[in-house]
Design a protein. Structure first.
Length: 200
């Protein structure tokens, strides 16, 4: 799940992200309550057997409020103003990456120096890609388009940027956003539709 969250965080627009008027504590709370309903449940007297449940819809505004208003402490340092958009089978989002904060904790890899060595401060990043289910309970994200400060960027550069930006004590080599990830809360499928995600 952290791979997916990190990926969403690294999606951004080619302009400085503006504040999203749809962000609200109420929407963040709605998202938290929906996550709670996804926790594995059991029927009384039959431990270990999950209670049947239908798909749960999560809106863009709920996700954005949840990420920006309640989960900031779990995002890699240097990432902010995260705005996610859902399209048909695709994810798109925007954020700001503070290069100076990242440089303070990890040296810029040589592979990125030619692309980022001359850039300072906060820069907007854009990534759009397709979410696909590899098998039940396991997903993967394939980047289709990426931009850094309005300029098109090769996908391998963004993948390297993600590795560098997510370097931490927990992830000393960073997070590989190309790697398949297991869905949380015992989910079997995630379906992306315009404006919402369906979790099942």
């Amino acid at each position: 799940m952290r791979s997916l969250v990190t990926l969403l965080v690294l999606l951004a627009t080619g302009a400085t992200p503006a504040a999203d008027s749809t962000l609200s504590p109420a929407r963040a709370e709605a998202r938290i309550k929906k996550l709670a309903t996804l926790a594995p449940r059991t029927k009384p007297g039959k431990p270990g057997r999950p209670t049947p449940r239908g798909p749960i819809a999560v809106s863009e505004s709920e996700v954005n409020s949840y990420v920006n208003l309640t989960r900031g402490g779990e995002m890699p340092k240097g990432l902010s103003n995260v705005i996610v958009r859902f399209e048909h089978d695709r994810l798109k989002a925007r954020c700001l990456l503070d290069l100076e904060q990242v440089r303070a904790r990890a040296a810029l890899p040589k592979a990125l120096d030619q692309h980022l060595g001359f850039i300072k401060g906060k820069v907007p990043i854009e990534v759009m890609g397709r979410l696909r289910m590899i098998r039940e309970g396991v997903g993967a994200f394939a980047i289709e388009d990426a931009r850094l400060a309005t300029l098109p960027v090769p996908v391998p550069v963004i993948e390297q940027l993600a590795l560098w930006a997510t370097t931490s004590a927990q992830y000393p080599k960073g997070v590989d956003i190309r790697s398949p990830f297991r869905l949380p809360f015992a989910l079997k499928h995630v379906r992306i539709e315009p404006g919402r995600a369906l979790l099942d």
